[in-house]
Design a protein around this ligand. Structure first.
Ligand code: PDD
Length: 285
């Protein structure tokens, strides 16, 4: 089946979907992005993803290229043209194409807008979640504004590859005080020995995940106790359960951290329940 991408106002066959070499996304990672889960062809939590997108654009001073409503139409069209039932849709907005100069280009330069979608394999994801994943820890060497969802992801790329090279699936970033910030492309959680759920407070040192926000709603509605605070790697090693959250994985149990078995080495009941219940709390567009 042919794939289509949206590029600056046009829906193009994938092979024709191209960006200029002087695009600032390519030259400087001068762009932001969003990723939404798609279920039964519908966007999950579109409203919250667009709120975060608006914030990313404001913080980077990139112009909103069109209204959220129009962007929503584009995303849905890309999902439909690619016949995505279950998958993800990506939206990237860069500061546009201009002669290479770090200073902003003039107002005549329009942002570049790209949207793509791809299917995910539900069976494979469920099988992975049923086993749980192994993660490694890596020093958090990112810049001080990772609350902005920029396309500048080189530390995340290197962290993920380091995990794979060591036979793990993902990496958790640890700051200079030994506190786990987040995963390479997900938020990190533990269930402490006293049963309290812990995830790092959201400031400029983590991305405020939309999945994280929905899981917080779910745990509060279910009367579970949650603490938004930093936790150390040592606490994580001794946790009852660990998991990570993102739009592409929803709730993914973590069963090994740096070779330490978490709990009994199997996905824990809290993570399993949150994964099962998640879409009752998410918004379906
Ligand atoms: N990543 N932290 C980081 C560094 C991320 O890149 C992501 C998402 C998250 C979770 O955010 P959300 O729940 O809104 O997906 C946390 C996406 C999925 C990606 O880069 O593909």
């Amino acid at each position: 089946m042919s794939r289509y991408a949206y590029v600056n106002g046009r829906y193009l066959p994938f092979r024709d979907a191209k960006i200029h070499i002087e695009d600032r996304g390519y030259q400087f990672a001068d762009g932001v992005y969003e990723v939404c889960e798609v279920r039964a062809g519908r966007l999950i939590d579109e409203r919250r993803h667009f709120e975060r997108l608006k914030r990313s654009l404001t913080e980077t001073r990139i112009r909103m290229p069109m209204s959220p409503r129009a962007l929503g139409v584009v995303l849905r069209e890309v999902v439909a043209r690619n016949r995505i039932g279950y998958g993800v849709v990506y939206l990237q907005i860069s500061r546009g194409v201009a002669r290479r100069d770090p200073a902003f280009p003039g107002p005549e330069v329009a942002p570049t807008v790209v949207a793509t979608a791809r299917p995910l394999n539900m069976m494979r994801n469920e099988a992975l979640a049923a086993r749980g994943i192994a993660v490694i820890s890596v020093p958090d060497n990112r810049w001080g504004r990772v609350d902005i969802k920029t396309v500048g992801l080189l530390p995340n790329v290197l962290a993920r590859q380091a995990a794979i090279d060591q036979g793990a699936r993902d990496a958790w970033f640890v700051d200079k005080d030994g506190i786990v910030t987040e995963a390479a492309s997900a938020n990190a959680w533990i269930v402490a020995p006293d049963g309290i759920l812990v995830t790092r407070h959201a400031d400029r040192a983590i991305l405020r995940g939309i999945t994280r926000a929905v899981v917080l709603d779910a745990v509060k509605a279910q009367g579970l106790t949650v603490a938004e605070r930093g936790f150390t790697l040592q606490e994580a090693y001794g946790a009852r359960e660990a998991f990570e959250t993102s739009a592409t994985q929803i709730v993914m149990p973590v069963v090994r951290i740096d070779g330490h078995t978490i709990g009994d080495g199997k996905p824990g009941p809290v993570a399993i329940a949150l994964r099962r219940e998640f879409h009752r709390y998410a918004e379906t567009g």
